[in-house]
Design a protein around this ligand. Sequence first.
Ligand SMILES: NC(=O)c1ccc[n+]([C@@H]2O[C@H](COP(=O)([O-])OP(=O)(O)OC[C@H]3O[C@@H](n4cnc5c(N)ncnc54)[C@H](OP(=O)(O)O)[C@@H]3O)[C@@H](O)[C@H]2O)c1
Length: 282
Amino acid sequence: MTDKTPSTWFVTGASSGIGLAVARAAADRGDNVVALARTTAAIQPLVEQHGSRVLAQAVDVRRPAEVRDAVSNTLEAFGRIDVVVNNAGYGLFGAVEESTDTQARDTFDTNVFGVLHVLRATLPVLRAQRSGHVLQGSSYYGRIAEPGVGLLSATKYAVEGLTDALTPELEPLGIKVTLVEPGPTATAFVSNLDVAESIADYDQTVREVQKAIGDLPPETFNAPDQVAAAVLAVVDAPRPPRRLVTGSFAVKAIREALEDQLAELKEWEATALAVDDVLVAS
Ligand SMILES: NC(=O)c1ccc[n+]([C@@H]2O[C@H](COP(=O)([O-])OP(=O)(O)OC[C@H]3O[C@@H](n4cnc5c(N)ncnc54)[C@H](OP(=O)(O)O)[C@@H]3O)[C@@H](O)[C@H]2O)c1
């Protein structure tokens, strides 16, 4: 418990993993927490421990009316929202061609449209306050992709793209935005994965990656409480980053990908710039 005025957190996907760890860490230090998930049983211990400072809300982020109701209940209970943690999400594993249309659209419904529903419901509050911090749940798979994670990465790249525009839109209004890009984290994420039907032609690529992920040593997976500690550090920072990467696995993978992209840009720069040589008459 600190002396400062408690902040109010609005955390989606708060029944498990990273979201539950962030909700717990914020409540433990004396902040108010609105914890959202479709099933709230796992949030009840926090409510019992912290009483009226923790409000559990049964919300499916795919349903905008439910998200809006949760915002109304937040304002009734606490009068404001200081930190939005747009974290709810799940993964789809399989080759791009293997995933069905329904599987692909379902993932976008939660991971992208769910994020949009939360933004549309909470930003009017933050804009009126001229303050707040939005944490956008991405992933190291929002910066890199490999066989088997095409659709999952597509949802996270979508969140990254809209957030890169959102950040300078909100900055003049006093609202900060940070993308959270965790590396492998020890949560229920893997057991909640949707897995596509396999096509044998992808055994040498997709199934090999699947096996490699399955063979990762347990120490590769960071503790959700450690990710939550990094999230709190960013929220407390006077100049928070646009992107928070967590864990050495993700830092290494993203650094290598950025170096490869820069090297390729350089290698093909002459061809890219040659396009400027002939000006198109208007
Ligand atoms: N674990 C990792 O290795 C990892 C790495 C990078 C990024 N991430 C990202 O971190 C975020 C949290 O994942 P996690 O690892 O903590 O997984 P998790 O333990 O499976 O937690 C996912 C949370 O999202 C909620 N959720 C799922 N669909 C929802 C919906 N339609 N409406 C409302 N809530 C919903 C779940 O609650 P209910 O089922 O009760 O609704 C749960 O609370 C995700 O966006 C994930 O992509 C995870």
